[in-house]
Write a protein of this length. Structure first.
Length: 308
């Protein structure tokens, strides 16, 4: 029988982790496959690790990796993939927003239709704040225009893939990770399954608007150099604008004798140019900071405890 490794990043999921396990075991019982469940405890401050250890004592298929601190979901995904031994690997959230019942259909697409991976996307954002949904849609439109990597609107991290594709992802040990972009960058033949949004079974989301905004910036910086070109355009336009305002102020001074008005215009132009410069420096600085972190060669994560 082919083996499926289920990678489950967990951060303060004590309310949902056992519910997820029970649902996953129920689905696995209907499939003719071996399973291993790899729970990656990403520095949880609640009873998540204790519960997972308890599950491991009852079920030898349950494995866990516990980080020394919170390294983030991207690090947890990478750790799970690095330790997965299955013929197929699937990444799922512990909150059951990634329905395990889709797994048999996903496996059929790989084994019977010849796909290398099967990914999922939400066709609705029911239950999500409207402002968050709006900015999410704008992010997908923007990144697909400025990047060569195809990132599907509503794409989830929930995806089943072959070991070959998993190995390609593991062989990209970059420190600043953006899995949605990495999945697209490595290529392979992917089928998309659509489903309606499912709310968390328990607990609260760890992704607020600000965290999602910063995560989107990570994705743009990681898979596009368009912001650098944008900085150049801003600089060029600001120079033209400043030149036009300077000519306007001179004409106004000599034609109408209004030196104070022209001084105010010049001051506004200086503030405008200064603002554009700060924006451009910020963009450049963000790219440099990512390069700096990569050159440090720090580990993506540090393991404190594991049974693998």
């Amino acid at each position: 029988m082919k083996k499926i490794s289920v990678v489950v990043p967990c951060y303060n999921e004590q309310e949902s982790v056992e519910l997820f396990y029970n649902e996953m075991v129920s689905v696995a019982a209907k499939m003719n496959n071996d399973f291993e469940f790899i729970f990656v405890n990403d520095g949880s401050k609640d009873r998540t690790l204790e519960i997972v250890k308890g599950l491991g004592e009852k079920d030898e298929r349950v494995k866990y990796i516990s980080f020394s601190r919170n390294f983030g979901k991207e690090a947890a995904i990478y750790a799970g993939f690095s330790n997965a031994s299955g013929d197929y690997v699937v990444m799922m959230d512990a909150d059951l927003q990634d329905p395990p019942k889709l797994l048999p259909e996903m496996l059929d697409a790989i084994e019977k239709e010849g796909y290398d991976s099967v990914a999922t996307r939400r066709v609705t954002r029911k239950g999500e704040p409207p402002i968050r949904s709006f900015f999410a849609r704008m992010f997908y439109k923007l990144i697909n225009k400025i990047s060569d990597v195809d990132i599907v609107d509503g794409a989830r991290d929930y995806r089943l893939m072959t070991a070959k594709m998993k190995d390609a992802i593991v062989n990209m040990p970059e420190y600043n990770r953006f899995s949605k972009g990495i999945f697209g960058w490595v290529g392979f033949n992917t089928k998309w399954l659509e489903y309606e949004n499912i709310e968390r079974v328990a607990g609260e989301t760890k992704w607020n608007f600000w965290k999602l905004f910063l995560y989107s910036i990570e994705g743009i910086i990681a898979y596009s150099t368009a912001p650098l070109a944008l900085a150049y355009i801003f600089g060029f336009l600001s120079c033209l604008g400043a030149l036009g305002l300077f000519i306007f102020s001179l004409v106004r001074t000599f034609a109408f004798g209004d030196p104070f008005g022209s001084a105010a215009t010049l001051a506004s132009a200086c503030f405008f140019v200064g603002g554009v410069q700060l924006i451009c420096m910020g963009i450049l600085g963000h790219y440099l900071s990512k390069t700096y972190l990569e050159t440090k060669k720090r580990p993506v994560y540090i393991v404190k405890d594991t049974n693998i």
